[in-house]
Design a protein around this ligand. Structure first.
Ligand code: PLP
Length: 368
């Protein structure tokens, strides 16, 4: 006996929705969900295992509910004068964002976002009963201060979600836009900086705007640059009052002792953990140069992935690459696909497969 979802007394506002659905397939070259494709260094792994071995002996007790050591480590990693009080963490930044919407959104409230953007933002909004309001971007996926302010004035959201650099386009967001949005609302402004470590290192992050802005939240994750996606650790920096709000909605002991121990051990090796970031940026820059040569114009990217256009049949290309044991991402943006910068060998294999595509490939085939 198998019932279907529609047989269940599910919330009316969840009827007909589809869950997050990036395909998970075991293939040789996975360039579809923007992971760091370099495994963590073995010496760091050994240290993490040691920390886990110690922590596991204490799992008869609940973990530190305030994850104090981890918050200190994260504050130290971020710098910018932040202390443990400014930090909050959860099982991935997705959970951080969910807690933010549980505390500041919910039924009767709304969150403004700017598609195309991270699909989980609207999915988490739906899960928490927060109305998702879709703003529009300017030319080239950018958001000017005027555009942000106009959308805020027109839709008066309770929260504004930005993503910088933006997933799936790679587009950076200026601090002027964030500051103008903050001044235009009495609500919460969230800047999802999941890819911050891949942006040019000399440029300031939204962390520099936190001072004096108690409604601004900058979210980060160890899932991308830090090569820790499987461990599930996301975090935010904000005024300490924000953590007080999230304590009201989080489940007690939401971060297991094992997660805390693993993350603290990894953060003690942040230099080694981030060692491949420059290499990944070089592969991203290579994609930005090589894809256009094959007839696929690429959007500027400050992250570890590239959104490219000019694809005659994105779905067919996706399937053809799968036959080569390569998975990338089809986001249903017409004539576009997104690819994560991999290792040099993975990026080479992807570019070679792209160069070998027939009529399903580039609309304007160079030399064809
Ligand atoms: C990958 C990604 C995250 C990461 O989520 P985690 O739950 O921390 O793994 C967050 N925001 C954006 C925009 C992402 O692309």
């Amino acid at each position: 006996m198998v019932a279907s979802l529609s047989d269940l007394p599910i919330r009316d506002d969840l009827r007909g929705l589809t869950p997050y659905g990036a395909p998970q397939k075991k293939v040789r070259i996975a360039l579809n969900v923007n992971e760091n494709t370099h495994p963590i260094p073995e010496a760091v792994a050994t240290d993490i295992v040691k920390a886990l071995a110690e922590a596991v002996l204490g799992v008869n007790r609940y973990p530190d509910r305030e994850f104090t050591t981890l918050r200190q480590s994260l504050a130290g990693y971020l710098g910018h004068g932040l202390t443990a009080e400014n930090i909050w963490a959860a099982n991935g930044s997705n959970e951080v964002l969910q807690q933010i919407l549980q505390a500041f959104g919910g039924p009767g409230r709304s969150v403004l976002g700017f598609p195309p953007t991270y699909s989980m933002h609207s999915i988490i909004a739906a899960g928490t009963g927060t109305r998702w309001v879709a703003g529009e971007r300017d030319e080239g996926f950018e958001i000017s201060p005027q555009t942000a302010v106009q959308w805020i004035e027109r839709t008066t959201p309770d929260l504004v979600f930005f993503c910088s650099p933006n997933n799936p386009t790679g587009t950076p967001l200026s601090l002027e836009t964030i500051a103008a949005a903050y001044d235009a609302t009495n609500g919460i402004v969230v800047v999802d900086e999941a890819y911050a470590e891949f942006a040019p290192s000399e440029l300031p992050t939204a962390l520099t705007l936190l001072e004096g802005r108690e409604r601004l939240i900058v979210s980060r994750t160890m899932s991308k640059a830090f090569a820790f996606a499987g461990a599930r650790l996301g975090y935010l920096a904000a005024d300490p009052a924000v953590a007080d709000a999230l304590r009201l909605v989080r489940l007690p002991y939401h971060l297991s002792a094992l997660t805390q121990a693993a993350a603290v051990a990894a953060l003690a090796h942040s230099t080694e953990m981030l060692a491949m970031v420059d290499d990944i940026k070089a592969q991203r820059d290579r994609l930005l140069v090589e894809l256009p040569k094959l007839g696929y114009p690429a959007w500027p990217s400050w992250s570890n992935f590239v959104l490219f256009g000019g694809v005659a049949d994105p779905h067919a290309v996706f399937e053809e690459l799968l036959d080569h044991e390569i998975i990338i991402r089809d986001l249903s943006i017409p004539h576009h696909l997104r690819v994560t910068a991999g290792t040099e060998a993975e990026t080479t294999a992807f570019l070679e497969a792209m160069a070998g595509l027939g009529p399903i490939g580039a609309i304007d085939r160079i030399g064809a």
